[in-house]
Design a protein around this ligand. Structure first.
Ligand code: ASP
Length: 325
């Protein structure tokens, strides 16, 4: 009796186990059963279309996510992902990405230079190496061995912005709370297979070597095929501190809806700020989530975060609910 209630309270508090608790869940498909994608920010609209095409052409959820994110990574006008991403304080563009599938396979690259498509490299790490994460020169070397082209990722507009930023003497990475632009995409296919990916050039003008949440499994992305998936955008240090995406999936495993699980993770971030007495006026964070039943939700720390949703019947951009105005 005592043991049972102890275990019950542990279950309510603990972040573990996830899959074990979710095995009994049924998987109806309220999204129409044809698949669904959820992507951070406005560029998610186009990326979702690309993902949808891949799915309809017979690709897996993972293939679709790779195609959707590639679309954004290869666009030189997107200034915080892939080619054209803003550089670090030394003027070097370094990219981070990670990927996770339904079965729990993972791959990640951090601080990689000169390769425009880090998500595909992360997938190659997952599929072709015995490892899960490669960083810096090692990630680039591996990418070159895999045939990825070496390119100059610093486009003139980003270089101009960096030079303007250099005119100020103090070191202050730019946190544009309206415009955090990591692409995080999660999806589910007709068979209920979940997957996710996350790709970014990170915080603009960051210290060389700084890594945010986006390539960290559990922080910027987490997928548990039996429960759901979550990805994050925004101030990566805070998402790492709270193991944000894992926290959201864990919340769903305890029975929270995707929206409520995202909200709980945002509240945890707010609590950590309060506890530490830190200024959070420049911080924005957003989570998007989907559960194994295909229900979706999102929540942000502040006003201004939107995300794109696409299924067989509709494609829309949704303003996320938020904690602070
Ligand atoms: N999450 C990214 C990072 O901290 C940045 C962003 O989403 O704007 O690197």
């Amino acid at each position: 009796m005592i043991r049972r209630s102890f275990l019950k309270s542990l279950g309510a508090l603990s972040l573990f186990p996830l899959s074990g608790q979710a095995k009994s869940r049924k998987s109806p498909t309220p999204y129409g059963g044809q698949g669904l994608f959820l992507t951070t920010w406005r560029f998610g609209l186009e990326s979702n279309e690309e993902a949808w095409k891949s799915l309809k052409a017979g690709g897996s959820t993972l293939d679709a996510i790779e195609q959707g994110i590639l679309r954004c990574e290869l666009d030189p006008h997107e200034r915080s992902v892939g080619l054209g991403g803003r550089p670090d304080r030394d003027g070097i563009v370094t990219l981070d990405a990670c990927i996770m599938d339904h079965e729990g396979n993972i791959g990640s690259v951090c601080g990689m230079e000169g390769i425009a498509t880090p998500l595909s490299v992360a997938r190659a790490v997952m599929e072709k190496t015995p490892h899960v994460m490669l960083v810096g020169d090692g990630a680039q070397q591996f990418a070159l061995e895999q045939g990825f082209p070496l390119e100059n990722l610093l486009v003139p507009d980003s270089e101009r912005e960096w030079k303007q930023w250099l005119e100020k003497s103090e070191y202050q990475p730019v946190i544009n709370i309206e415009n955090h632009d990591t692409i995080g995409m999660i999806g589910i296919d007709a068979k209920g297979k979940l997957a996710g990916g996350c790709s970014t050039s990170g915080m603009a003008f960051k210290m060389h070597g700084r890594v945010g949440d986006s390539p960290i499994i559990g922080a910027g992305l987490y997928v548990d095929g039996a429960i759901g998936a979550c990805t994050a955008t925004g101030h990566g240090e805070e998402v790492i501190r709270t193991v944000g995406s894992f926290r959201v999936v864990s919340g769903m495993s305890q029975g929270l809806s995707p929206r409520d699980a995202c909200k709980a993770a945002i509240e945890a971030i707010a609590d950590f700020f309060k506890r530490r007495g830190k200024d959070w006026s420049n911080t924005q964070i957003g989570f998007i989530a989907i559960n194994a039943q295909g229900e979706t939700g999102a929540f942000a720390l502040r006003k201004g975060f939107n995300y794109a949703v696409k299924d067989a019947n509709s494609a829309e951009l949704i303003d996320a609910e938020f904690l602070l105005d």
